[in-house]
Design a protein around this ligand. Sequence first.
Ligand code: RIB
Ligand code: CA
Length: 320
Amino acid sequence: MRKILIDTDTASDDAVALIMALRSPLVEVVAITLVAGNVAVDQGVNNALYTAELCGSEVPVYRGAEKPLFRELEPAHWFHGMDGMGDHGYAPSRRKVQATHAVEAIVAAAMANPGLEVITLGPLTNLALALEREPRIVANIGRCVVMGGAACTEGNVTPAAEFNIWVDPEAARKVFLSGLPIQMVGWELSRHASVLNAADIAGILALKTPLAEFAIECNSSGAVAYEKQTGEHGISLPDPIAMAVLLHPELVLEASAHFVEIETQSALTRGMTVVDRLNVSDDARNERVWSEARSHAKKVEICWKLDVAGWKKALLTALA
Ligand code: RIB
Ligand code: CA
């Protein structure tokens, strides 16, 4: 049984990703660790506990970083609503968060489970702190799927950057240069055909299960915000797509390995994932800027193309 750890800033798309993992026969979720991002970390904890309870899961949930490493938290209430779940007034869960801090939980899970698969669905603050606390976890983490970044394309929170990386670019840079085996699922994979259209939504609601109804309802605010942002109709689900890639690696139809650097200085391009797609970082002219990435990082597997039908089938199966 593959063991996975999910680090998340649980808002509505994260919640659907949690359902996919908790209901999958392929993996054992050893921990869910919360990080501030879409919403304050305590709201994220409530949303994760609520979702786990809905799945009948006793998975331990841990509270983590309340803000980015060096910056103030800038949540995404504008996208996911004030509670992050479309403001439908979901009752607080009866379940309780663990006393152990999320960063400790990440270190303990990695040291106890060589080959652990980690997936990050929010800012990388917790993972960066865990790497600082115990660098040896790099050797024990077999795979690190990051929902984040925008590979050679526009971002969703600025023209240059995707939200998870933009919120805490310093943390993201520590993670991307850590030597972890990263697979990057950028925001671009959750656009256009990947978006749940009216027929997809009708098909999910036709399942008539509590999880199916919850998955659509809690993303109501996201659907409105996404249409305003992109002009596209439907529900865009970046975190569930990253989870589908973790659970079913065969859904990635095109991928290639490249060094990635993260912008942390510029206000204009803060949080940009600069992907060396043409592999020119070893040219003499690039030596100064790229030497640290080349000496510390592993090349990142960039996912360029997703099996859209396969993604939607995996989601439907999880919600049935
Ligand atoms: O940019 C999309 C990402 O930011 C998703 O993980 C969403 O939940 C938010 O955290
Ligand atoms: Ca998220």
